[in-house]
Design a protein around this ligand. Sequence first.
Ligand code: UDP
Ligand code: MG
Length: 322
Amino acid sequence: MTHPHGTHNAGQVTLSLVIPVFNEEDSLDGFLARIQQVFQHEVLIDLELVFVNDGSSDATLERLLQRQQSDARLRIVDLSRNFGKEAALSAGLQIATGQIVVPIDVDLQDPPEVILAMIARWREGYEVVLGHRVSRRSDTWAKQTSAHWFYRLHNKIAEQPLPENVGDFRLMDRCVVDALLTLPESRRFMKGLFAWVGFRTTHVDYERPERLTGQSKFNGWRLWNFALEGITSFSTEPLRVWTYLGACVSLVSFAFAMFIVVRTLIHGVDMPGYASLMVAVTFLGGLQLIGIGVLGEYLGRTYIESKRRPVFLVRRVYDPKD
Ligand code: UDP
Ligand code: MG
């Protein structure tokens, strides 16, 4: 099926892979071998490999520089410290030059051969082709369940829904990348930004395999913070909820007060209930603390954004020529 708005050029195309790496010295060789295997016969695709070294403390950078000696497709951005995957992706997108750009993990959890299927859809005229995981079997039960609830909650309250079971692995046309680069915020929840910019979108399905070497850098606490980041980046609903909750609680308290007045009028003065009093006080105290916490979360974000600090700092860009 061809997209009604016309197709992309069927000829030669430049493709940039953006690969954030953080302590991945053991994954590099396997990744590059797979890339070689998948793309060696693709004469229509000019490949550029943009590695973003996100402050690795192992030999990742040295290995990359070594590989670059014999492979002029490698470009390496060395960040000044670990800024996190979101910032590293932003750095890579900024220097990628391809007509189409695909962010991909180095651990081969995003199978490179899927990119060929994505390019086929792009040639049909789509500007974004999402890599859609048909199953999350390689993830733990806890990760699957928490992810599911995160998407349900996020999509209920955010303006622009996030597609479920879709990660950063996706094909983007040059126009999409340029649009992303114009977004000014410094706290960058990429999945949300990707969804927010829109464009003609389709997806290809793939099975997400397990990580080959090394370990996942995202543990439970980091994922929890990531989820908070996502929700507070794209919705102010948590701020408004307190207005309604407050109104409801006040209403109930008022009804309860009326009830006590009436009961006192009919039955005379009663022994005051210490337990119910304590429950009411602690309950309201807790509610108020949560409310203040949510306010603080947003105030903090405004504070960080108001500094207008850069998203990442580059120590050096290594291009094959130099
Ligand atoms: N990564 C990064 N900076 C970080 C954490 C991760 O650049 O602070 C990179 C990592 O090297 C890998 C990709 O992001 O290429 C995905 O990381 P990981 O496989 O740990 O995440 P998961 O697949 O468990 O979500
Ligand atoms: Mg992984």
